[in-house]
Write a protein that binds this ligand. Structure first.
Ligand code: HEM
Length: 434
């Protein structure tokens, strides 16, 4: 136990020390115990650190907006170096350290403003037809393109089988973010692999390799845009560089951030949301019967089993106390978003999926100045993904027992390795405007 003056039940003795490092452990029962007994616990060992974890909703929300909890890696240098994160945050190739999610004001304000100009509701809404087209094409690829309907076709319902993470969830967000950034969509398999590896725990050597490969790749793309600007986000960021609002390192870091933040998160929204539906047949039937509920259902998927289990690391810029736990200066702090979103003090029957719930105020996109900049885009992609899957692949069901599904090892994310499903092929794609 650290010499911090922390409570004696901190953490509860029966808590597995590695319940985030080990993807086979269901975190929700452990979060429930922490919320009840120790809302701000110091965990024994997470990726080489002894971070504090905030699990209750009011404390989590307040912590996300607390300026004493800094995003500046310098504030947490000692904890980061001890945990082996040095290569990510410090030194020449520290591709993670010069973007808005690793900055406090005033730098954060400046870095965010430049990108925020790209995420206007109008610009996001303009992407809708393209996102719909991508969703339909992906389904065509694994379920057949369909053709003009005939009465006979309607009668010949065929069943199909697919691994939906590989065939759909992994693909849609990477195609969209590639298009937005202006990087070749054909490279998506590569940056898909890098972004997955990048989010692995630091003790996995693939993590550092991926960081390097991703940085090199984006640096080359930036040089390409510098020579030949296009109508895309990277080119716009480079023109900000000309105006001296972003320096070259900041442009590169911001590109890495966008590729990562815009990718794995939305992949897991689709995967976790689908799994939630497939394991709750009543909710699945309700949504098929009332597709107008999909936007609310997406919010419920985010609350019920969000893609970002814990917000990115924060560091105590000074000694502080949350819910009776003293957090010494320099400590690493995780805010457990998925735990806060299951706090019964805020959401009645929090462990129940209810697509009609309208879960206002969930923390899946964070809160405060770092609230997800891409939330409108993520919501658009989520809505189109679920509307299209439910419309075109009726009678979706799991193809393996739920106990066989595996989660990916990650320091902060929650997402499936694979999601094998069976479905009925509707021979003709029915589009929203038909
Ligand atoms: C379902 C999908 C998504 C989820 C659940 C999600 C979640 C989050 C969360 C929790 C944060 C705050 C992290 C923290 O405070 O430590 C965040 C920040 C951010 N997200 Fe997302 N995100 C999603 C999709 C996207 C997309 C599609 C983009 C852009 C293409 C994006 C870009 C960003 C950026 C740039 C930040 C940093 C904001 C800042 O520091 O001011 N995200 N996201």
């Amino acid at each position: 136990m650290a010499d911090t003056g922390i409570r004696t039940d901190n953490p509860p003795p029966d808590l597995p020390p590695d319940f985030k490092d080990d993807p086979s452990i269901d975190p929700y029962p452990h979060y429930e115990r922490l919320r009840g007994r120790c809302p701000v616990a110091q965990l024994d060992q997470v990726c080489g650190m002894r971070p504090f974890v905030v699990t209750t909703y009011p404390e989590a929300r307040a912590a996300l907006a607390d300026p004493r909890l800094s995003k500046d890696p310098e504030v947490g240098r000692q904890a980061l170096v001890e945990a082996g994160f040095e290569h990510l945050y410090f030194g020449e190739r520290a591709s993670l350290s010069h973007h808005m999610l690793s900055a406090d004001p005033p730098d954060h304000t400046r870095l965010r403003k430049v990108v925020a100009a790209q995420f206007t509701p109008r610009r996001v809404a303009e992407l809708a037809p393209r996102v719909q087209q991508i969703a339909d094409e992906l389904i065509d690829d694994f379920a057949g393109a369909g053709h003009a309907p005939t009465e006979q076709d309607e009668r010949i319902a065929q069943t199909g089988q697919a691994e939906l993470m590989a065939a759909f969830a992994n693909q849609l967000p990477s195609l969209v973010i590639a298009e937005l950034l202006g990087v070749p969509a054909d490279d998506r398999q590569r940056f898909r692999a890098w972004s997955q590896d990048f989010l692995r725990p630091t003790y996995d050597p693939r993590q550092a390799e991926a960081a390097e490969a991703l940085t090199d790749y984006l640096a080359a793309q930036i040089e390409r845009k510098r020579a030949q600007p296009g109508a895309d986000l990277l080119s716009d960021l480079l023109s900000s560089e000309d105006q001296e609002r972003l320096d070259p390192q900041e442009v590169l870091s911001t590109a890495v951030l966008l590729l990562l933040a815009g990718h794995e998160t939305t992949v897991n929204l689709i995967g976790n949301g689908l799994l939630a539906l497939l394991t709750h047949p009543d909710q699945y039937a309700a949504l098929c019967g009332r597709p107008e509920l999909v936007p609310d259902a997406v919010e419920e998927f985010l609350r019920y089993d969000g893609p970002v289990e814990r917000a990115t690391l924060r560091f105590a810029a000074e000694k502080l106390e949350i819910a009776g736990t003293v957090i010494p200066e320099g400590s690493a702090v995780y805010v457990a978003l998925n735990s806060a979103n299951r706090d019964h003090a805020v959401y009645p029957e929090p462990d129940r999926l209810d697509v009609t719930r309208t879960p206002r105020g969930h923390l899946a996109f964070g809160h405060g100045i770092h609230f997800c900049l891409g939330a409108p885009l993520a919501r658009l992609e989520g809505r189109i993904a679920f509307e299209t899957l439910l419309r075109r692949l009726p009678e979706l069901r799991l193809a393996v027992p739920v106990e066989q599904l595996e989660y990916r090892a990650s320091t902060i994310m929650r997402g499936l390795e694979a999601l094998p499903v069976r479905f009925t092929v509707r021979k003709s794609p029915v589009h929203a405007n038909d």
